[in-house]
Design a protein around this ligand. Sequence first.
Ligand code: CA
Length: 236
Amino acid sequence: MPHHILVIEDEPTLSRLLSYNLTQEGYTVDTAETGGDGLLAASGRKYDLIVLDIMLPGMSGFEVLTKLRQQGDRTPIIILTARNAESDIVQGLKLGADDYMTKPFGVAELLARVSAVLRRSRPDEADPDPDEGQEKIIAVGDLKIYPEKYEVVLAGESIGLRPKEFEVLLYLVQRPGMVVTRDDLMNVVWGFDYVGGQRTVDVHVSSLRKKLEMNQQSVRIDSIRGVGYKLVIAKK
Ligand code: CA
């Protein structure tokens, strides 16, 4: 049974982005645009996790959180707060949130938090899938990626990547041979309203490419002029 996640977020672009990426990860996702609808959805069924924006029209995320905990609902909740709103984070955690993300954030980081919170929330659950307890490894060509350790091994040798380079590679590797746009990478790795510009993406890809080429020629990243990038696995 896939984990069922409720996303309560009024910003349509972010809601769609989260929903799309969580679904890609294999979760079942419901969305709500207001605090009232979110509370209704959460009260109507048992979710495995809730992603809850604090700044919502009408009923705020704090009120939703408070009401759910008052109802005895212990569903793990990750709150989304505005940048530099430390008091919001403190209040959210006091009210019973399990974790938080400050906007803007990269979807890759949120996915990591979701997975960590889900794992934490079910420590005693009997493991129905013998593989599940083992570490996830993504293997493409000579490349092995350990998502939980942020570690990459190419042709038997570990290569050191910065966290953002790692997240770019992980995203490309999950879409081999497909063109990934700079916008996609920007949204997923840096956050949908990141203001650093596409140059940031290019700099990280360029550095990542050098590190890959230093070790082996079996995996490379092609630039697609004016569009973005593509991971290519060389045929042996
Ligand atoms: Ca909002």
